[in-house]
Design a protein. Structure first.
Length: 90
């Protein structure tokens, strides 16, 4: 039986950070994918495809609701970590 696996990048990043208190790396994602195959006993011949999907971090410029100060998402640690992850090669 062919199996397709979809991995939601944003969800995985949040759960990984909550569990390990650090940002996820491409190597962590690769190990997670391999562990999924082992956990559910899926052989390479049974695996049709495995997709990891995510989007680039938000680059919007907005303002804070209470103080009405400019807020740039590009200046946040989450943005920097998200870009670093997307630029990392598996």
């Amino acid at each position: 039986m062919n199996t397709a696996i979809l991995i939601d990048g944003a969800f995985l990043r949040k759960k990984f950070h909550a569990a390990y208190k650090k940002d996820i790396t491409a190597e962590n994602i690769q190990k997670f994918a391999q562990d999924l195959l082992i956990k559910f006993n899926i052989s390479n011949s049974d695996l049709h495809r495995m997709y990891y999907y995510d989007c680039a971090p938000c680059t919007a410029k907005t303002s804070t609701p209470v103080m009405n100060r400019a807020f740039l998402f590009e200046k946040t640690p989450q943005y920097v970590a998200g870009i670093a992850l997307l630029m990392d090669k598996l």
